[in-house]
Structure formats: structure tokens, C-alpha cells
Design a protein around this ligand. Sequence first.
Ligand SMILES: N[C@@H](CCC(=O)N[C@@H](CS)C(=O)NCC(=O)O)C(=O)O
Length: 201
Amino acid sequence: MKLYFLPGACSLSPHIVLRETGVNFELEKVNLQEKKTGGGGDYLAVNPKGQVPVLELDSGETLTEGPVIVLYLADQTAGAGLAGAPGTMERYRVQEWLNHITSELHKNYSPLFRPATPDAYKDIARENLSKRYDWINEHLAGKPYLTGDKFTVADAYLFTVTRWAPRVGIDAAKWPNVAAFMNRVAARPKVQEALKAEGLA
Ligand SMILES: N[C@@H](CCC(=O)N[C@@H](CS)C(=O)NCC(=O)O)C(=O)O
């Protein structure tokens, strides 16, 4: 399998999951501005949406959308226990979190990275994120991970997007349970490996 990624972008989430599962994979860094693959090819031919992540399967087929890629990976390596079994409440809880993170966090961060976004819009996006982190902070009280004691693919995604907070003027330290969660996930050996491989550690 091959993961198309950009260092520190949302592709870090499936990158962490790939390492946590222990499968063999390759990485290919994408130039998102020029929409070029690492080898200088047309990235839009890989993903017409022009975004990372993309997971290229051994069959040559590609899968896009981070929350779907991580569930695919969890299902291929069910023994790693990263998303609960399909059809169980454990799985629906993980999906509930993936959906929340993608729609309420990830896509509130995105406009904060675009220079053309008006300041008033950025203020609203920061306010939305703050409200979400208030709730996540409460939820994480007494729990190491989002769904309880076990690390899941949802934790990899929350970690990935919350790493962006300081870059967009959000101080995650004001949510102590979120800050502790970030340290806990960052300390996982496979997460360290992923950060190092992306040049972020
Ligand atoms: N819905 C997609 C969104 C992916 C996404 O927003 N990727 C960003 C990086 S974090 C990207 O590639 N941005 C470049 C662009 O949209 O042109 C997913 O969840 O995978």
C-alpha cells in the first residue's frame, strides 16, 4: 500500500494508523500547491479532488477521505483492535467520533490556513473550535482516549487536527484533558515514528 501525504496535514492520521497496524506501506510526499506527486507526476490523476490523504491499495485502486481510509485499515488488521468490529456499538462510537472530528473540527481549521479567509470568518471558526474543545475536554475527563481505555483510529485523527491549534492562534493548553490527551498520544512509539518520518518530531 502507498499513502500520499503532506507533512503535518490530515494525512498524518492514516499515517499513524498504518504504523499502529504494523502493515508494510510506502509514503509519497505530495506537492499540494502544484498538485504534483513526489515523482513530479500529475497528482490530480491520482486524486481528482487534489487533496491528501490517498491510500493506494496493492490492487492499484485508490481510496480517499481520511475517516474512510482509517476504517479500511482497521478492518484489514482487525487484530490490532483500532476501531471495534463492524456492526458493534464500539464501531459506531468510533464512527461517531470520526464524523464529529471531520465536520466540526477539521473543516473549521481549514479556512484558518487560507490567507484569503476574511478575519471575521476566522474569528467565527476559532469560536466554533473553542466550543467543540470545551465539550471534548469534558468528555475526556478520566478517560485516556476518546472511546475509553483503548486507542482507536479516532484518537489518531483528533491528535492530527489538534496539532494545528497553535498554528492558528488557539491555545490548547486551556483544555487540560485535551492537552494531556495530546501528550499521551504523542508518547506512543508508533506516533513518534510517524512524526519523525514526516520531519515533525
Ligand atoms: N474530506 C477530505 C479532506 C481532506 C483535506 O482537507 N485535505 C487537505 C489537507 S489537510 C488538502 O489536501 N488540502 C488541499 C486542497 O484542498 O486543495 C478528507 O477528509 O480526507
